[in-house]
Design a protein around this ligand. Structure first.
Ligand code: T4K
Length: 372
């Protein structure tokens, strides 16, 4: 075991602590801690401007935002989704009493494969929930075409897709709703947090009611809402964090390029390519450990661990392999060959703004020395 300090798959970006004090002072002065206070409003506005979207509702985390997005559109029955994601994607369906129907992913992007969606549609299907995995955009046009043909709603789990742009605009403008996560491990974080992006003010109002117990005013409750509100301290941190986001993404881009250059000659290791976006956020650095690499993926994973490099196997196991899903007919591995293979080969290397070039180089050296 190495004596060096552990290098994790990610490390949250934190602005200088003293920069946060004035924000805290403001909260202490006005005593508004939550329930749509001034920082909450300020962050919603600032994020709409930064992301280039019209309406955004903040949440206390991405999972509650997903659960509420499904409620907002009154989704029931069956929803087509990907097995290749973080469990929260499918859990949000179960929390709404909806049956997930897993469809395989595209081998190049590891996003839901539009060519396989149609065969999974039944009379009970009401929506599609794709994921822009690693911030690589889904084939939004093909998905929308299917949704239009079958009168289905589309809710994107865009937890990884902060700041990603396609065709000159935010990827978050596609579908009926998109959901972001601002968890500590994300490109833009508010410690915990999330948001729903919606196209019109009426839907935003409904979402705002749903995240506040269904209250419209002091005496009127219009829905069995939840408490999904973001607190002032998280929102204030978000406002400050937003000043640093471009710099943080630029540093991630540099590491992404460095990894790609250094890994280009390593036999048996492949990097996921660009999925057609004009602006990426470099939120993850996934590699595939293929058959011609001398070690199995788990052996390489362990080898890195022995050197105190804590990579992660996002997304292994597949969601469809967890006990609450594996009994579903769509969860059978024969139905999901591409996702099954990817889950066996995937490993996400450390990437975050403070990761040094030397550390990134050392990580690749460890991977490359076995492949010589
Ligand atoms: N949809 C998708 C597609 C998602 O990926 C996620 C979340 C969601 C929905 C749900 O959004 P939220 O409800 O979370 O807002 C992490 C995150 O907890 C989770 O937010 C994220 N996806 C998922 C991909 O990764 P773990 O279990 O891997 O987290 P953890 O605690 O092992 O953290 C990974 C590494 O990050 C640690 O080894 C060290 C570092 N770290 C972590 C935390 C929490 C820090 O340095 N500081 C920290 O505070 O799930």
């Amino acid at each position: 075991m190495s004596n060096s300090k552990p290098i994790y798959v990610t490390q949250p970006y934190l602005p200088p602590l003293e920069d946060f004090y004035p924000y805290l002072q403001q909260i202490w002065d006005n005593k508004i801690l939550t329930n749509g206070g001034p920082f909450h409003q300020q962050l919603e506005q600032a994020l709409c401007e930064y992301l280039g979207v019209d309406h955004l509702a903040l949440f206390s985390n991405g999972t509650l935002a997903l659960v509420t997005a499904l409620q907002a559109l009154r989704i029931t029955g069956e929803v087509i989704t990907t097995p290749y994601s973080f469990v929260a994607t499918a859990h949000s369906l179960l929390w709404n009493g909806i049956k997930p129907v897993f469809v395989d992913v595209d081998p190049d992007t590891l996003n839901l494969d539009p060519a396989k969606i149609e065969a999974a549609i039944t009379p009970h299907t009401t929506a599609i929930m794709p994921v822009h995995c690693y911030g690589n955009p889904c084939n939004v046009e093909a998905i929308q075409k299917i949704a239009d043909n079958y009168n289905l709603r589309v809710i994107y789990d865009a937890a990884h897709a902060f700041g990603v742009k396609t065709d000159g605009g935010s990827v978050l403008r596609h579908g009926d709703l998109s959901v972001l996560s601002f968890h500590a491990t994300k490109v833009f974080n508010t410690f915990e947090g999330g948001a729903i992006i919606c196209p019109d003010a009426k839907t935003k109002t409904r979402i705002d009611h749903l995240k506040n117990f269904g209250f419209v005013d002091e005496v009127t409750v219009v829905a069995p809402g939840i408490n999904g509100k973001m607190s002032e301290i998280n929102a204030a941190f978000g406002v400050l964090q937003l000043h640093h986001i471009d710099e943080a993404i630029a540093r991630r881009k540099h590491i992404d390029e460095l990894y790609r250059t250094l890994l280009s000659g390593v036999r048996g290791i492949s990097c996921l390519g660009n999925a057609g976006q004009d602006a990426s956020n470099y939120s993850y650095f996934p590699i595939l450990v293929e058959d011609d690499y001398p070690l199995k993926r788990d052996e390489l994973f362990q080898k890195l661990r022995d050197q105190n490099i804590i990579a992660r196997r996002y997304f292994y196991p597949l969601i469809s392999d967890f006990p609450m899903y594996r009994g579903l007919p769509s969860a059978h591995r024969e139905n999901l060959p591409v996702a099954t293979r990817a889950a066996q080969q995937i490993m996400c290397l450390p990437i975050y703004p403070k990761l040094s070039d030397d550390d990134a180089t050392r990580i690749v050296q460890i991977i490359a020395e076995t492949s010589k």
